[in-house]
Design a protein around this ligand. Structure first.
Ligand code: SF4
Ligand code: ZN
Length: 355
């Protein structure tokens, strides 16, 4: 199946030209990244080799490492699991691969996509660990949305997912976690951080490996793979993936950045790569204040504040003040930790949203 119909224009129904790589078989697609007309096998080879080049040039893995693949059942992580398994065998990386999934507790979405991950586990014969928000935090996203509404839900979900992946990785004792972030995702993030003036994140967001400050390193082997090519790869390989959007989506800001990039890409194919390169080569002034990392006094997770973001959000949820951990309200935490009473107005500001 083709997710959202994307990529269908690259598949030639009647394309009598021969593959520009092997010159033997007929081409079945035009590569979005290079414009080359290729047969299926040459496209698979080119795609896999590019991921291999990304892995070796950034020295993402060491022989013998245990690597957790963040698996959501979506096209990106399914392609990532498939390609890593292929390359691990083809080039003898010597990696011990595992699937690691996060169950946010979103009915009608994650329950179905996790079924896909479970099938992938059988298909790829890899161990699978699922960590859930409910077991880690005592809250499912369905319950959180009931409290916070549909405006800040992705803030909770993003913070909790980040920690959940790390916690799952620790339980599995992996050396690294890799995620299916693709070139389009990275370009979107560059654009969003630029538009928000978030210099600290702008500096970090193009890194192919992150989390060196005490956390388990994360890497993005598909960083230079175009989303359109991932869809084509999954389609022609007939990979089993889940293509429905989260019922609590969309994250509006990212949606606009995505639409803008897609428009740019339609008139200039290299737009995605150009934005990534711009992000990689931006130099940030030395005097930009970067947060200093410590650890959360409650759960021990890395944090630049007394409480990590997840504990701050949880504190708000458990106190019935769901906005406590969001944005500037975060500052009110220290008052609460010191047991300073909040004014009635502050209580009201942090209370449950009404829909
Ligand atoms: Fe979570 Fe938001 Fe993504 Fe849904 S769209 S999975 S709520 S971050
Ligand atoms: Zn914490």
């Amino acid at each position: 199946m083709l997710g959202g119909g994307r990529g269908s224009s690259q598949i030639g129904s009647i394309m009598p030209v021969p593959c520009s790589s092997c010159d033997k078989k007929p081409a079945v697609l035009r590569r979005p990244k290079t414009g080359h007309s290729l047969c299926k096998e040459c496209f698979f080879w080119a795609f896999e080799e590019e991921v291999h080049q990304t892995i070796i040039s950034a020295e993402l893995f060491q022989k013998g490492e245990t690597v957790g693949i963040g698996a959501s059942g979506g096209k990106d992580s399914t392609v990532l699991a498939h390609v890593l398994k292929v390359l691990n065998e083809r080039y003898n990386y010597g990696l011990n691969l595992m699937l690691l999934s996060v169950d946010e507790g979103i009915s009608g979405y994650r329950d179905d996509s996790l079924e896909t991950v479970k099938r992938n586990q059988q298909q790829y014969d890899l161990p699978l660990k699922i960590v859930s928000y409910e077991e880690l935090y005592g809250w499912t996203m369905d319950q959180i949305v009931k409290k916070v509404g549909l405006k800040n839900n992705c803030t909770f979900c993003g913070v909790f997912r980040r920690q959940a992946l790390d916690r799952g990785a620790m339980m599995l004792n992996v050396d690294k976690v890799c995620t299916g972030h693709n070139a389009d995702d990275v370009a979107e993030t560059v654009l969003m951080n630029f538009l928000r003036g978030d210099i600290a994140r702008l500096r970090r967001c193009t890194s192919i490996i992150t989390g060196s400050e005490g956390a388990i390193p994360r890497c993005k082997p598909l960083k230079y793979a175009y989303e359109k090519e991932i869809v084509l790869y999954a389609y022609f390989k007939k990979l089993d993936y889940f293509s429905t959007e989260c019922v609590y989506s969309p994250n509006a800001y990212r949606g606009y950045a995505r639409a803008f990039l897609k428009d740019l890409e339609s008139i200039r194919t290299s737009a995605i790569m150009d934005v990534i390169h711009s992000g990689e080569n931006l130099s940030v002034k030395e005097d930009v204040k970067m947060p200093t990392q410590g650890t959360c006094t409650r759960c021990g997770y890395i944090s630049s504040q007394q409480l990590c973001k997840a504990c701050a959000l949880l504190e708000g949820l458990n106190r019935g003040l769901p906005k406590l951990g969001i944005g500037k309200q975060y500052k009110l935490h220290n008052r609460l930790l010191k047991k300073d009473p909040l004014t009635e107005e502050q209580q009201k500001k942090l209370g449950a949203v009404t829909f």
